[in-house]
Design a protein around this ligand. Structure first.
Ligand SMILES: N[C@@H](CCC(=O)N[C@@H](CS)C(=O)NCC(=O)O)C(=O)O
Length: 221
């Protein structure tokens, strides 16, 4: 029997989008509960580990941790999103995306603790963000663009960890890649993935899947 599922997160793509995509691709009905940032302080203490996303299954306890939820949805509701025989390839691709995220994060949000309070809003702070993001887009991102392109080529240009059906590696990677092309990040040009026609084609094909089509109205892909 299909469980009743509620996914709770902010009204952004963020780290819940991969789970929403896995639910969409597996054709699983769920309640997509989106809370505002204003509502968050009042409910934070009611959430396990005081974080979201959380998933409620059949009105049971709130289940935390986005990647646990992603793998659970795929295992429970799909034959193709997380098949055992592709586990190593899928987890390798997810690991590469995690590495990309780790390398992006200090440029996205430089560590405020090592500077005086409010530093990032000063001219000096803004210049630091500019420098870090320019370094990221000119040095780190191109390296990951190559890694991701190579993973796609290994699978006949199709998906990150499969040459037939998309997997959770794609649910995980596409929102992260699209994030760089949506134009909302200062000093990250929307064209930053254009050097890889394979990646551009990949994102476009994923977003054109029947269950994903029409979902996004921002970004260049
Ligand atoms: N490892 C956790 C991280 C969860 C997390 O950091 N959630 C953030 C939103 S992306 C959050 O709840 N932020 C609000 C806060 O910490 O007050 C996961 O993957 O689910």
């Amino acid at each position: 029997m299909v469980a009743s599922i509620k996914l709770t997160y902010f009204d952004i793509e963020g780290i819940a989008e991969s789970i929403r995509l896995a639910l969409a691709l597996s054709g699983t009905d769920y309640v997509d509960e989106r809370i505002s940032f204003a509502e968050w302080p009042a409910i934070k203490d009611k959430m396990p580990y005081r974080k979201i996303p959380v998933m409620t299954i059949n009105d049971g306890p709130k289940c935390p941790q986005s990647k646990a939820l992603l793998r659970w949805v795929a295992t429970e509701y799909s034959e193709t999103l997380y098949p055992r025989e592709k586990l190593l390839d899928i987890e390798t691709a997810i690991g590469v995306m995690d590495d990309l995220n780790i390398s992006w994060w200090p440029a996205f949000q430089p560590h405020e603790d090592s500077h005086p309070e409010g530093f990032l809003k000063t001219t000096e702070g803004k210049n630091l963000i500019k420098k870090l993001r320019e370094k990221f887009t000119s040095q780190d991102l191109p390296m990951y663009v190559k890694y991701i392109t190579d993973l796609l080529k290994k699978n006949g240009g199709k998906w990150l960890a499969s040459n037939d059906e998309p997997t959770i590696a794609d649910c995980y990677a596409v929102p992260m890649l699209r994030n760089f092309t949506r134009g909302h990040l200062d000093y990250v040009p929307t064209s930053c993935l254009d050097s890889s026609p394979e990646i551009v084609d990949y994102i476009q094909r994923f977003c054109a899947l029947e269950q994903v089509k029409g979902r996004y109205n921002n970004g260049i892909y």
